[in-house]
Design a protein around this ligand. Structure first.
Ligand code: DHB
Ligand code: FE
Length: 290
């Protein structure tokens, strides 16, 4: 059986890719942001995932307004990075895991999630920046990947509750995967930010911190927010928080917060990071929950 080691949820601003390429880690603007990540990497070194299942949102690179899947699951042997227009350098291609992808797809469709399946899929900064933060300076990525894109670009969006349930279905699919692999779940996007319009630059620290707190032990409470509620509280692009809900939904055990960091701003975004460990429920606990 696959082991879900935990979830990492993090912001994914393109400027971070530029700062990594220019090695600005010690620059006064960037230092407090990058300082949040070493504890996540230390935890990863112990967690030793073989595969990353990543919830992220494509920003007009692979899917554009003419064709916009609500949920799209990658089933490709390889995923290449391309820059959708930010001018950030591209990173090495990612190795896929088509067998695991198809297993997840079959389970999700059996659970009535009507997905788009992608045997070719380019990935953008929302996928690559978090991977570069978690595995800096590697020539080849040490994990295989299964990207899952959730639409947060073109209305209508799937609700926060639906995204959480998608994550729960992914967690069940992973637990039913009859292979001895260790899986990390990744959720990228948020926290509060709005890139354009009257509220451009909007950030809501109190809301972000409440979300980071509740996500660990009380995620269902956050599924009561509608898409519009989240946009009101966290800005238009703050709706990317649904990736955090999906990733948390995939954790099937007892969830412990291992590390958190929050820094304002990176570009226009409140940059958050949360590391959650998925601990198997003890026998007594599972009996009580049954
Ligand atoms: C920014 C944030 C994002 O989530 C994104 O996708 C693009 C830009 C920003 O703050 O600059
Ligand atoms: Fe984004």
């Amino acid at each position: 059986m696959a082991t879900i080691v935990g979830a990492i949820t993090t912001s994914h601003v393109p400027a971070i890719g530029g700062a990594i390429a220019k090695k600005l880690h010690q620059d006064p603007y960037w230092q407090p942001f990058f300082a949040g990540y070493p504890p996540a990497r230390e935890w990863l070194a112990k967690a030793r995932p073989d595969v990353v299942v990543a919830f992220y949102n494509d920003h007009g690179l692979q899917f554009f307004l003419d064709k916009m899947p609500t949920f799209a699951v990658g089933a490709a042997p390889e995923y290449r990075h391309a820059d959708e227009g930010w001018g950030i350098p591209t990173v090495a291609p990612f190795r896929g895991d088509p067998e695991l992808s198809w297993h997840v797809i079959e389970r999700l469709i059996a659970e009535e999630f009507d997905l788009t399946t992608c045997q070719e899929m380019l990935v953008d900064h929302a996928f690559t920046v978090p991977m570069s933060l978690l595995w800096p300076d590697v020539d080849a990525w040490p994990v295989r990947v299964v990207p899952i894109a959730i639409n947060t670009v073109q209305y209508p969006f799937p609700s926060p509750a639906r995204c959480f349930r998608l994550g729960q279905a992914v967690g069940r699919a992973l637990e039913a995967w009859d292979r001895d692999v260790r899986v990390l779940v990744l959720g990228t996007g948020g926290l509060s930010h709005q890139l354009d319009g009257e509220r451009a630059g909007f950030i809501n620290k109190a809301f972000d911190q409440m979300c980071m707190e509740k996500l660990v032990a009380e995620p269902e409470a956050l599924t009561r927010y509608s898409t519009v509620d989240i946009i009101r509280e966290a800005g238009v692009q703050g709706v990317e928080f649904v990736m955090w809900l999906a990733a948390r939904g995939a954790l099937t055990g007892t969830v412990a917060r291992v590390h958190a960091s929050y820094h304002i701003p990176i570009s226009n975004t409140a940059a958050g990071l949360l590391v959650m460990e998925n601990r198997p429920r003890g026998a007594a606990e599972s009996r009580a929950a049954a």
